[in-house]
Ligand binder design. Structure first.
Ligand code: CAA
Ligand code: NAD
Length: 303
């Protein structure tokens, strides 16, 4: 089982419900299931759940090959054991009825997230912890959809893409969240193999506050015709040691998500306006439905 390590006051997080079976939700499901938690993965359609299962299957096969290089039987047993910890559902309310922890990883839209959490609050146990994996929205604003008692059990739990490989989790501390809940989330992050850091509920927390403005400056460099997509990516990989250039990374994150983040910040008014100026190249791709790797085309073609 997935035991919490410390005192009786802290919560033993065993049953985890993840809402959203996309890039991030599927990854969070995987690492929690690998850590021995009983996980329910929720999305709005069977097709979206199948997509999540496909992502998990591919990633687990990769982990298994690394763990048990020469033994296909052990590889299969490993994958089967992890999948035995995963249930799927299209009914979010019933899926949270036994949850110790709920992590939301749905579309980056404040109103959609708020209406989800308002419903989940009524369906989940009173002491369940609620988290959002939002990239850019204030946790405090999302938590407003729930009563004060739940706000004390509501935090940000921000994983990074690809979840199975990226070792960081930002645990976002609001003014309302209790110390116990914060500690539980720190422990849970370690349990799923990550290194947690603590941050305040400010736009983009730590990583995205630094990473996203850099990426948008790259898009605007392209808009101005100063350099090509390929040359900017090559420059940042070979000149600054980035594992991916900004365009490769944007395609990896999802161009819709990149745009939601920037538009939200531009409207929110808390970030220097020059940093959140829209990019023509990005807007055009999103308008055409080119959302990066997940749709087969973005700044690059993956078909
Ligand atoms: N599942 C399981 N394991 C995976 C994996 C996956 N999907 N993808 C990579 N890995 C593992 C590999 O097995 C490998 O593990 P070991 O080092 O233990 O052997 C390791 O990750 C590196 O992978 P590779 O050597 O195969 O490939 P790579 O060197 O090209 O690295 C990468 C791939 C880790 C994705 C690397 O390109 C990278 O770090 N890219 C940048 C990713 C990044 O910046 N993410 C943050 C995006 S921003 C965000 O997430 C926040 C937000 O809110 C938008
Ligand atoms: P995605 O587009 O890959 O997946 C989102 C999933 O949520 C889809 O399967 C969709 O069907 C589902 N969904 C939408 N509304 C729903 C609802 N009401 N109930 C249940 N499911 C619903 O998106 P993603 O990249 O996984 O991003 C999810 C969240 O994680 C966003 O808040 C995003 O900002 C954040 N995030 C993304 C990244 C990244 O690199 N992509 C990194 C960290 C955090």
């Amino acid at each position: 089982a997935c035991f919490s390590t410390s005192t009786a006051m802290l919560k033993d997080i065993k049953n985890v419900t993840i809402i959203g079976a996309g890039l991030m939700g599927s990854g969070i499901v995987q690492v929690a299931a690998q850590a021995g938690c009983k996980v329910t993965m929720v999305d709005t359609s069977d097709a979206a759940l199948a997509n999540g299962e496909k992502i998990i299957n591919k990633s687990l096969a990769r982990v298994a090959r690394k763990k048990f290089a020469d033994d296909e039987q052990q590889q299969k047993a490993f994958v089967d054991n992890v999948f035995a910890n995963i249930a799927v559902s299209t009914d979010a309310n019933s899926a949270v009825s036994q949850a110790d922890l709920v992590v939301e990883a749905i579309v980056e839209n404040l109103d959609v997230k708020k209406s989800l959490f308002a419903a989940l609050d009524k369906a989940a146990p009173k002491d369940a912890i609620f988290c959002s994996n939002t990239s850019s929205l204030p946790i405090t604003d999302i938590a407003q959809a729930t009563p004060v008692d739940r706000q004390a059990r509501f935090a940000g739990l921000h994983f990074f893409n690809p979840v199975p490989a990226m070792k960081l989790v930002e645990v976002v501390r609001t003014d309302a969240v209790s110390d116990d809940v914060f500690q539980d989330l720190y422990d849970f992050s370690k349990k799923v193999g990550k290194t947690p850091v603590s941050c305040k509920d400010t736009p983009g927390f730590i990583v995205n506050r630094l990473l996203v403005p850099y990426m948008f400056e790259a898009f605007r460099l392209l808009d101005r015709g100063d350099a090509s997509v390929q040359d900017i990516d090559t420059a940042m990989k070979l000149g600054a040691g980035m594992p991916m250039g900004p365009f490769e990374l944007a395609d990896f994150v999802g161009l819709d998500t990149m745009k939601f983040i920037n538009d939200g910040w531009a409207q929110g008014g808390k970030i220097e306006p020059a940093l959140v100026q829209a990019s023509k190249a990005l807007d055009e791709l999103v308008q055409q439905g080119h959302l990066g790797r997940k749709s087969g085309k973005g700044f690059y073609d993956y078909s």
